[in-house]
Design a protein around this ligand. Sequence first.
Ligand code: ADP
Ligand code: MG
Length: 214
Amino acid sequence: MSLGISWVTAWIDDTVEVVSHNRTRLSELDREIGDGDHGENLDRGFSAVKVKFDTLPDDATPGAALKLVATTLISTVGGASGPLLGTAFLKGAQALGDAPEINADGVVALLTAARDGVVLRGKAEPGDKTMIDAWTPAVDAAGEAAAAGASPAGVLRAAAAAASAGAESTEPLVARKGRASYLGERAIGHRDPGAESSALIITAAADAAAATEG
Ligand code: ADP
Ligand code: MG
């Protein structure tokens, strides 16, 4: 089994829907420890991605499609999360090159490059209470699943479960990056909105892969 452009378009369709559905909740999380705009920021970005995807040629490669996501997020999201997630999609796209299909190792390479892009851009470490706390466990779980022989959809399922647990794990943390770092100990007890949205995006990737695999 491998994943191609139909998986990418299903993933992005799911993400557009899930971000829109969770817009208020993500902004509420951001209101607790930031400025309350995270859901709006992402919804604006992925709504723009949806429009751009209408112009995507049928024979586009997964890498080209993800690059379009990246450039659109960077130019429309605003806030810290735009350049960070934009860089994640850009580096993920570059890792795929012009390959038409992605196998289990390709999924690991995609997630790893995406996570490394966020680190390159934002310099956060695990435990800093950022989206890295969703991406890094996802990368680790994906690597383990691929090494154990999982399919691309299985690798993504493992990544999604780890990302969701990672987002939850930000609750007891003090933030060391982004706006939430100004709050010191008052950030304790609140989930990081960017970790939560990254978990939603990775879960959408897994759901789309499961549907594609049938
Ligand atoms: P802003 O903070 O500019 O309002 P958003 O609300 O859209 O931007 O995004 C906030 C999220 O961005 C945080 O919850 C956190 O996950 C993420 N974030 C902020 N700074 C960093 C960083 N340096 N590295 C990784 N993620 C970060
Ligand atoms: Mg914000």
